[in-house]
Ligand binder design. Structure first.
Ligand code: ADP
Ligand code: MG
Length: 682
């Protein structure tokens, strides 16, 4: 018989076949190896049995109980059946309802004991176990429950199909399965070896198995990450920098429409010193929204141009890129410096001419998204790279730069405060300038947290602000299908237009084409609209000084730091600005959170409060900080492990920089950092 190998297609697994294999492809599972590397997204702990009397909250429970009443089938309307019965244990009884599963009635027998597993909904007498799975128990079963892995699924596949292929995959794991983690580290941190960890992840016996295996996987992932980062850092340190001679930035300061703040001057001085040093600059400029980071970046562009080098100025979105280009072009033109916009949504002809200007060097400052540093864009002489909102400019991009053979000066700019430990790991190679001074003349944004009962007054307030010459943003959360009580941006814009027919309302959302979005932004900036109803596409960086009112719908759905960023869109001009958060009527927690924003305008304080209230996982959400995607580790929750991983990576690489003694580890690090980049210019 043929021994299955990990590179075999899963379609030869018993019970799978070509049809199901096609569905598995949607989960990126082609071979047994893929199945092995697809970890459960969760586990159902059916070993922990809850007595019926101990059920407190709406949650999933494993309940060992006897069926007490004959299951009854009700057809409530066409195509909809309910099966109901009651179950009991020695502590009490509980109602059970199966939706659209008439076979459940035939499955359950009065007087027989089962292990039920499912979600309990409702409270008190209305408490019901909804569509549970039921496993028949023999009278003497002592350890009935299991830890059941729950895999990501796609339509047409069941947990059973996933269990089948992972079973086959585990069987195909050879006895001498190699382990990329050095033995000494495994011993030191008491980590199971790779093969055991895999088995435990897919087929745990106990909850402890899962947590040990997970710990090992997390350590491995973080260790690989830290090794890769460390190597990148070393490689960059070895690069010679392009020396920029500073001819004095007085001419630049002269063309600014305002006097730079002390903090801006300091940051610019630090940048000039870095660039003159003969080493490549790697600097992070951190400053709250509105602190004036763009000017600092512009100074670097001027410095580069004065020395005959090009700059790439990258924004996280095309809208922001267009905005930066529109700000920088007229400003730098006064010094004879040309600014060129290059984005994916430009017409083919525009792109061609922009690319030609980049290649010839005629474009001295090139503004675009991260696609700028991709292979397809050939710069004549790239001397400086600026990444606005750095958390989206990651290691992979920095690696792509090194790979291009040049060592330009790099400036990353961020408004997101990140905890120090994490910063050390992610940006340990960066020097930091802090813009801790807000430009003068700004009045704090008056902030209110309100409920629906204020709806009419707020609408009237919007109208009044516009009458006085201002403009308003109204931000709606992204609405997922099936969320009934939330308005989409489009609907809200229609409603608002109907209520205020004499005002010009525009809408901006993620499904619009980039060119359309840019046009709307441009029109709003030119005051051709009074109100811009938008999803969070406007979250970062948009600058329209005449806008003085920010209204956020369902603000309880946003993180505090995100709300603070949104508020930062106003308060930029001399007009008194206002911010209104709806959602204060969504419970006490929501109200208290929003009150924090009414109290303070300090981004760092808000981030701390956010962290304290929601916990780190939420605070960072799914954002990846531009790192290679982490599949098991959470850089915040696993901070302690991350610290160990970093120390160990440093120690190992100090002894063996190229990992000659660890070929498997070296391969795995390379694999992790080999980056697929989404956007392209074609
Ligand atoms: P951010 O740090 O959020 O990127 P921006 O660079 O967009 O901030 O600047 C916000 C606004 O403040 C812009 O309209 C900019 O022109 C203005 N600004 C920047 N620096 C100063 C300054 N020193 N004095 C007055 N206004 C300034
Ligand atoms: Mg900005």
């Amino acid at each position: 018989m043929h021994m299955p190998a990990l590179d075999d297609s899963i379609q030869f697994v018993k019970g799978i076949g070509p049809k199901k294999a096609a569905l598995f492809q949607k989960l990126q599972i082609h071979t047994l190896r893929d199945a092995l590397e697809t970890y459960p997204r969760d586990y159902e702990d059916r070993t922990r049995i809850t007595r019926i009397a101990d059920i407190q909250t709406e949650d999933k429970y494993a309940i060992r109980a006897v069926v007490g009443t004959e299951p009854r089938v009700n057809r409530i309307r066409k195509g909809m059946t309910l099966v109901k019965c009651t179950i009991f244990d020695d502590s009490g009884s509980l109602a059970v309802t199966f939706f659209n599963n008439p076979y459940a009635a035939a499955l359950l027998h009065v007087g027989q004991e089962y292990l039920f597993y499912g979600r309990v909904q409702g409270y008190g007498r209305g408490r019901t176990l909804i569509s549970p799975q039921a496993e028949k128990l023999s009278a003497d079963a002592s350890h009935p429950g299991r830890i059941v892995p729950v895999y990501p699924l796609t339509a047409g596949l069941t947990q059973r199909d996933l269990a089948r292929v992972t079973e086959a995959a585990l069987a195909a794991v050879p006895g001498d399965w190699p382990d990329p983690l050095p033995e000494v580290l495994r011993a030191k941190y008491r980590l199971p070896d790779a093969a055991d960890a895999l088995a435990a992840i897919h087929r745990p016996q106990t909850a402890e198995d899962v947590s040990q295996a997970r710990r090992r996987m997390v350590f491995e992932e973080l260790f690989l990450l830290c090794c890769g980062l460390q190597q990148l850092r070393e490689r960059r340190r070895a690069d010679p920098g392009i020396p920029f001679v500073s001819h004095g930035l007085d001419a630049f300061f002269d063309i600014l429409p305002f006097a730079p703040t002390g903090a801006q001057r300091r940051a610019i001085r630090e940048i000039a010193a870095d660039c003159a040093s003969g080493r490549p600059m790697n600097r992070l400029v951190q400053g709250d929204v509105g602190a004036g980071k763009t000017v600092v970046a512009a100074a670097l562009c001027v410095l580069a141009a004065q020395n005959g080098w090009q700059s790439a100025f990258m924004a996280p979105t095309e809208i922001l890129a267009a905005q930066h280009a529109e700000t920088l072009a007229p400003l730098l033109a006064q010094l004879g410096i040309t600014v060129t916009l290059l984005t994916g949504s430009m017409s083919a002809a525009q792109k061609r001419s922009a690319l030609a200007a980049v290649e010839s060097g005629a474009a001295q400052v090139v503004v675009g998204t991260h696609a700028l540093i991709q292979q397809s864009v050939a710069f004549h002489r790239l001397g400086a790279v600026i990444a606005d909102e750095q958390h989206r400019f990651g290691v992979a991009q920095r690696a792509a730069l090194s790979a291009k053979g040049s060592a330009p000066h790099v400036l990353v700019m961020s408004a997101t405060p990140i905890p120090r430990t994490l910063a050390l790991i992610l940006y340990g190679d960066l020097d930091v300038s802090v813009l801790d001074e807000i430009p003068p003349g700004r009045r704090p944004v008056e902030t209110y947290a309100v409920g629906e009962n204020m709806r009419r007054r707020i609408t009237a307030f919007i109208d009044k602000q516009i009458a006085a010459g201002g403009q308003a943003y109204v931000v709606c959360p992204l609405v997922e299908e099936g969320e009934l009580n939330l308005k989409s941006a489009e609907q809200h814009a229609k409603d608002l237009q109907a209520t205020l027919p004499h005002r010009r309302v525009a809408v901006l959302h993620g499904r619009m084409k980039n060119a359309e979005k840019e046009q709307v932004m441009r029109d709003f900036a030119a005051a051709r609209y009074d109100i811009l109803v938008a999803t969070t596409v406007i979250e970062v960086g948009v600058d329209v000084p005449n806008a003085n009112l920010m209204v956020v719908e369902d603000a309880d759905r946003f993180g505090l730091s995100q709300l603070h960023q949104l508020r930062g869109r106003v308060g930029r001009g001399s007009r008194q600005s206002y911010c209104v958060f709806f959602g204060a009527d969504k419970g006490q927690t929501a109200r208290e959170r929003l009150k924090i924003l009414c109290r303070t305008g300090d981004g760092f304080e808000i981030a701390r409060a956010d962290l304290a209230q929601r916990g780190p996982g939420d605070f960072f959400g799914r954002r990846q900080h531009g790192l290679p995607a982490l599949h098991v580790a959470d850089p915040i929750a696993d901070l302690a492990l991350m610290q160990s991983a970093r120390e160990e990576a440093e120690a190992l690489l100090a002894a063996d920089p190229a990992l000659h003694g660890y070929p498997l580890l070296r391969d795995r690090v390379q694999r992790m950092f080999r980056e697929e980049n989404g956007e392209a210019f074609n």
